[in-house]
Design a protein around this ligand. Structure first.
Ligand SMILES: Cc1cc2nc3c(=O)[nH]c(=O)nc-3n(C[C@H](O)[C@H](O)[C@H](O)COP(=O)(O)OP(=O)(O)OC[C@H]3O[C@@H](n4cnc5c(N)ncnc54)[C@H](O)[C@@H]3O)c2cc1C
Length: 606
């Protein structure tokens, strides 16, 4: 079992032992298997949300632990990508980039540093900002809390990747009546290192609503066009050179038959010559051959995702920018116009860093945490938005999945902006996690995972949340409240998704609703609720934003239209926090276009 799972599992087992003692006069682990099963069932159907959440958390950890072995034995886990040794973090072992790789990566920093500009956070917002400033000849330090791993340091979408590159191994939750599990990248490159690479521009009607409601200047479709185009070129945003994975096509084909708008979403991905050649070959053949040839190309993963460590971070370093990984900024203070940052480096400890100008780019949760912890609170962390998402696992009679399935690329946008749906990563551990609400069918993943895939319905939503630092804790308290309309949209999204999947030949559907039961035929659709039940749905999100919204409306906005904090001359935000509301599409394209526009404006170019 992985080290990071061992401690929480032990702690939870102890907790269960204590709880079991009260009901049975015996610690939980000494109960008979039947009594233990009964106890677990009682907790799962308990009216106490606390007990239900505890057992769900325990099950998620246990599922990850159980599937750890499968993953390390998976055909992906080759020695071509050895994992860093334990304890490598902070000591520069394993695949963590070494200072020697590039003199501008700071391995062991001085305790006092001074730079003209400091950028905190190296995700899409921070990386592009730091890169453009360094290329303009400015003296820039880019600080990142996480380590610097290359993209190839682990197999994408595995547990190993979670351990290396996710904050808290991916175990983070927004509290509220319905808890929403969310994940963030914590490494050089931020979320771009772990995401699917699916690209959208911000929908024009969303930009227009931001202009009207938040008084955002200079960000309509025409204003942002050059920035979208530049990022698309630099990230090589393109369609697959061949056919998409079968599970993705299942949804696309049946949605199209139902008359719904469904399309392949482009990705930031550089396909190698092999992929292009296969596409050329395929274009001269009939459709079946096209699918076979091109899915073979896709299965071999012929190319590379264009994450930040593949694009803007190397450009930043080549332009003379300095990167300080493994360093968390705890607080910032302004003194006589200059900024002083108090930070913690993984091996050196406390650091003091000075700069004239500061860009905070820690992402929609960490940016408001840092600002609020530093006493900067006006309109900060009060309006977190996200895309609440419900998943279901579908089982088909034919094979739709494989060890090399890769990223599904189709999305159904017929019902956008209210909700949209698509297929998601479907490796066996991800499928097993999706089956947690269906323990009686838990074993089906082991036998039939090749006939199974994960699908999701995601809403744009009108709910909102807050981010608050907790004294003495590293992580903030994140709360999010769904409205009744959100729960209705989630239920309707799930209903439509289910309809489409039955039309595509699914033989069983397992929605993420506790005690919801599995659906075996189209008639079972009637079993789905019209409004998602409070506290009984398994919700998650990978899209967070709007915690420091931009615009000239000072009653609502934390920063001006170009990211400068209202009331400050030399403090900027450049990340997902800027988006005024949920965009209803994958957000990285929007974050990068805005960050590019704002950096160029800062430099006086536009
Ligand atoms: C699993 C997953 C899949 C996704 N798929 C897609 C997709 O297909 N398409 C899409 O458009 N979007 C996708 N997203 C969302 C996208 O990755 C994020 O919207 C984007 O990365 C946000 O960029 P950012 O710059 O705001 O912050 P982040 O990417 O979160 O980067 C912030 C960085 O700052 C660092 N940091 C934070 N606080 C501090 C501090 N105090 N000191 C030092 N460093 C700090 C963090 O460690 C992190 O590396 C996905 C996200 C996830 C998690």
């Amino acid at each position: 079992m992985t080290d990071y799972l061992r401690t929480p599992l032990k702690a939870l087992t102890l907790g269960f032992d204590l709880l079991g003692f009260f009901g049975n006069w015996k610690p939980f682990h000494q109960l008979s298997p039947v009594a233990r099963r009964r106890q677990i069932e009682a907790w799962k159907s308990s009216s106490s949300g606390f007990k239900r959440d505890l057992i769900r958390y325990y099950e998620s950890l246990a599922t990850l632990a159980l599937y750890s072995r499968d993953l390390s034995e998976s055909p992906h886990a080759t020695s071509a990508h050895p994992l860093p040794r334990r304890g490598g973090e902070g000591r520069g072992e394993g695949n963590i980039k070494q200072p020697g790789d590039n003199l501008n990566i700071i391995g062991i920093p001085n305790r006092e540093l001074r730079h003209e500009i400091v950028v905190i956070g190296s995700g899409p917002g921070g990386a592009i900002t730091a890169c453009l400033l360094a290329e303009a000849g400015r003296n820039v330090l880019l600080i990142e809390e996480g380590p610097f791993y290359s993209l190839a340091s682990c197999v994408p979408f595995t547990k190993e990747e979670m351990v290396q590159k996710y904050r808290n191994g991916g175990q983070t939750v927004a509290m509220g009546t319905n808890k929403i599990a969310y994940v963030e990248g914590r490494c050089v490159g931020g979320g771009s290192e772990i995401n699917s690479g699916l690209y959208h521009r911000t929908p024009p009607d969303i930009l227009e609503s931001w202009r009207k409601e938040f008084q955002v200047d200079g960000s309509n479709e025409i204003d942002l066009l050059p920035h979208f185009e530049a990022c698309e070129k630099e990230l090589s945003v393109s369609l697959l050179p061949g056919t998409a994975p079968a599970a993705s096509l299942k949804l696309h084909d049946c949605a199209t038959q139902l008359g719904w708008k469904s399309f392949e979403v482009p990705r930031w991905f550089r396909y190698d010559a092999n992929g292009s050649r296969r596409r050329e070959e395929a274009e001269t053949k009939d459709e079946t051959t096209v699918r076979l040839l091109t899915s073979a190309a896709t299965e071999r993963g012929s190319g590379k995702r264009q994450s930040m460590t593949e694009t803007y971070v190397p450009r930043f370093l080549n332009a003379g920018g300095q990167l300080l990984p493994l360093t968390r900024v705890q607080t910032i203070h302004q003194d006589g116009g200059r900024w002083t940052l108090f930070a913690q480096h993984a091996s050196v400890g406390a650091l003091r860093i000075e700069s004239e100008t500061l860009f905070v780019c820690g992402g929609a949760v960490q940016t408001p945490t840092l600002l609020r912890r530093s006493g900067i609170k006006r309109n900060i962390g009060n309006s977190l938005r996200l895309h609440p998402t419900i998943k279901l696992v579908a089982r088909f009679s034919d094979v739709v999945n494989s060890a090399h399935m890769g990223v599904p690329v189709h999305q159904v946008k017929e019902f956008a902006p209210r909700f949209s749906f698509g297929c998601s990563i479907s490796t066996p551990p991800y499928l097993a996690l999706g089956m947690i609400d269906h323990p009686e069918h838990g074993n089906v993943v082991r036998h039939s995972w090749q006939q199974m895939a994960n699908y999701y319905a995601m809403i744009t939503g009108e709910g909102r949340g807050t981010v608050r630092p907790l004294p003495g804790f590293r992580d903030p308290l994140v709360r999010y409240t769904l409205t009744r309309n959100d729960r209705r949209d989630l239920a309707e999204g799930l209903h439509k998704l289910t309809e489409a999947l039955f039309a595509s030949g699914a033989v069983a559907l397992y929605p993420g609703i506790t005690r919801g039961g599995c659906l075996l035929r189209p008639d079972d659709l009637a079993k789905l609720p019209n409004v998602l039940p409070n506290a009984l749905a398994s919700l998650m999100t990978i899209h967070l934003f709007s915690s420091c919204p931009m615009g000239e409306n000072k009653t609502k906005c934390a920063v001006d239209s170009f990211g400068r904090l209202h009331g400050f001359k030399n403090l900027f935000v450049a990340d997902a926090s800027l988006l005024c509301t949920a965009p209803g599409v994958n957000p990285q394209g929007s974050i990068m276009a805005l960050a590019r526009r704002n950096a160029l404006r800062f430099l006086g170019g536009h």
